[in-house]
Design a protein around this ligand. Sequence first.
Ligand code: BYC
Ligand code: FE
Ligand code: FE
Length: 470
Amino acid sequence: MSTVDRNGKIPNNVDLAGDKRLQRALEHWLPLYMEWWNDMGPAGFQTNDIYLRTAVSVEAGGWANFDYVKMPDYRWGIFLTPNDSVNSIGFGDHYGKPTWQEIPGEYRGNLRRIIVTQADTEPASVEQQRFLGTIAPSLYDMRNLFQINVEEGRHLWAMVYLLFRFFGKDGRDEAEELLSRRSGDEDKPRILNAFNEACDHWLSFFCFTHFTDRDGKFQLASLAESGFEPLARTCDFMLTEEAHHLFVGETGLDRIIKRSAELTMETDGDPMSAGGIPLDMIQRAINYWFTYSLDLFGGEISSNAANFFGEGLKGRFKEKSRYEDHVMKTGIKIVPQVIGGVLVEDEVPYRNAINEVLRDEYIEDCKRALRKWNRTLEKSGVGVELSLPSRRFHRHQGIYADYPFDPEGNLITKETLEANTSRWLLNSADNDFLVSIMNQVIEPGKMANWIAPPSRGINGQPLEFEYVRL
Ligand code: BYC
Ligand code: FE
Ligand code: FE
């Protein structure tokens, strides 16, 4: 049964009150978390009332409770999707056996690694977005930023609960480490590469929430069917919140694209002169964040991933509903590899290529959004199209990382790559310009000049609503 405790220090539906040791341990971690939030969470605005959605229960509607809240008073709770029936493991070598309620000893190391990696991304993203409130294009956008920030904080709580509950002293140590690593820090960086990249302006923010949070969607979905049931149910509930992050990214980019097209037309092809963002700069930002996000799926050929799947820890996207063979002991996947200086199609045992299977799904989802943006461009009549670069371009992980590819995925020379990098990827001049045009806009309903207004407000409120009370 999952009864919701809303009134304790830590709201939850995991019966914390019934496990005093665990409750005390988490209550001890709470001030450390708050210290991190004060140091590394959104700069400023901590005493302002913000129109936020808070999860107060897991039932339909109950997790989307809207009210004015000061960020430090947000109720960071622990909520798992309830499940009162007995489930069976949905894939891998234990297919069909009952799911685990406790950690199987032999998989402790791998589960710890998966949970810590997932956990690490959550505070990292908050750190990356720390200063964006000070240059928000509207109160609507500022509110969405803070909504995402508090929810990523809650996602950290979700993972830290698992660490405390199932990993004893190791878990407590990991939880402390999660608050001591820092995005972009030379000595103590965050674990995955995209989470150490600077996100200094709102073009990067929308690319991040579109492309990088979208990795979250696919990773969480593949963990939401894990044989370790507490992990599955935690990730399942996180996905409900994730949808809003993706909405912010996808519509945010669409609004920038719409405005950039307008300004391009109005200025005869020089939107920068009107404080707008050129479409080729948007393309470079897409190239940059899409490829860093591709890295987050891990290597194309990975024995880690094969083990996670075989052990029943991490499946594929919508494993139950989309696939028929859930064991996949045999089978191959074609993965193009560079062999002897040329790209050749190579056969890889299916399980070893499972990161690539997830990456395929992710790329399809990114293409869908791209088609939408291109429809916006088509309507504008600007005569420009955006595209997604090849999965081989600009990679830092996996089998393509060591080779120079162009955005179409052709092998090129290092010299050609170097000569074109600033044309293909968001560069320092772009970043300087983008920061220079982003000034805080705080009049309710008003938008910065470089972005179109959204089509509607939050939770049925008008655009002019005071989403942040300054
Ligand atoms: N950067 O076998 P390989 C989210 C490491 S986002 C740096 O190819 P594997 C969110 C790897 O650790 C979702 N290092 O990879 C979004 C290994 O290191 P060791 C986050 C990387 O293990 C926005 C080595 O390279 N969730 O929620 O098959 C805002 C060889 O690795 C990277 C998860 O990631 C990289 N990109 O797959 C807020 C789910 N990629 O052991 C939140 C949990 C790989 O040699 N994680 N390495 O030292 C996993 O399932 C897997 O760890 C990965 C990697 C898919 C990430
Ligand atoms: Fe998250
Ligand atoms: Fe997210």
